[in-house]
Unconditional design. Structure first.
Length: 238
């Protein structure tokens, strides 16, 4: 298999398919289970999540290479995006909308499985892009090393994430009907996903934003801080 920018079409197809399958899976779960949030508010929450993700994914991507900030154009700002930023932007978008519409119930649990499936499909496209996408790793002599298009054996970060997402899917399917506080499944997903992102960043050729940590490291630390009460409660009950 050839890796690199020549697989851009595959990447676009996977992104589109990820969105379509994720939405269909969400509606499947919504129709299968009783939603504690009414349809009107749920629609507003979805809109908030999408617009928040749209903005957040691009704002965070701006800081992936801090020294290139002054060279950014409207075109590059729109084209460059990151999942971590999408999650944080979506989180703020949802909370902002919920404040406006007065919705106080936690709304994220129903999105966990669709998000995992959509991410998995999207990462297939990233994997096919090889070094043409910012999801490749540093050089390695570890047995998982792969030639991702530049003739060097590198950590296949996108493939690692796909395997991790598969484990997350198994976990969240297992606890899908477990008696848990509403909203805790989403919080658990966010924490576990950003644990992976924090660790995986160390085997990527990242650019330091502050204190030798990348913007994705700081995104992960933000999430850990945002959900610190949940983390403490989870550790206490574990």
């Amino acid at each position: 298999m050839y890796f690199g920018p020549q697989n851009y079409l595959i990447h676009i197809v996977c992104e589109t398919l990820a969105f379509f399958v994720g939405v269909q899976y969400y509606y499947h779960l919504k129709n299968k289970n009783v939603d504690i949030i009414n349809s009107k508010n749920r629609l507003w929450i979805l809109i908030g999540a999408m617009f928040g993700a749209l903005i957040g994914s691009r704002v965070i991507a701006l800081f992936e290479i801090p020294e290139a900030l002054k060279y950014q154009t409207l075109s590059t700002i729109y084209q460059n995006k990151t999942v971590a930023g999408g999650f944080i932007g979506g989180l703020f978008g949802v909370e902002f909308i919920k404040k406006i519409i007065g919705e106080k119930k936690s709304s994220g649990d129903i999105y966990v499985l669709p998000i995992i499936v959509a991410l998995f499909i999207g990462r297939i496209g990233c994997f096919c892009m090889g070094v043409g996408e910012q999801t490749y790793g540093i050089e390695t002599d570890f047995f998982t090393g792969m030639n991702l298009g530049d003739g060097k054996m590198r950590h296949p970060i996108a493939l690692y994430e796909m395997l991790y997402l598969l484990l997350l899917y198994i976990l969240f399917k297992k606890i899908q009907y477990k008696d848990m506080v509403n909203g805790d499944r989403f919080k658990l997903f966010m924490v576990l996903y950003f644990v992976y992102r924090f660790c995986a960043e160390f085997i990527k050729p990242y650019h330091s934003l502050f204190l030798h940590l990348s913007v994705h490291h700081w995104c992960a630390l933000f999430i850990f801080g945002y959900y610190y009460k949940f983390i403490l409660k989870f550790n206490k009950n574990a």
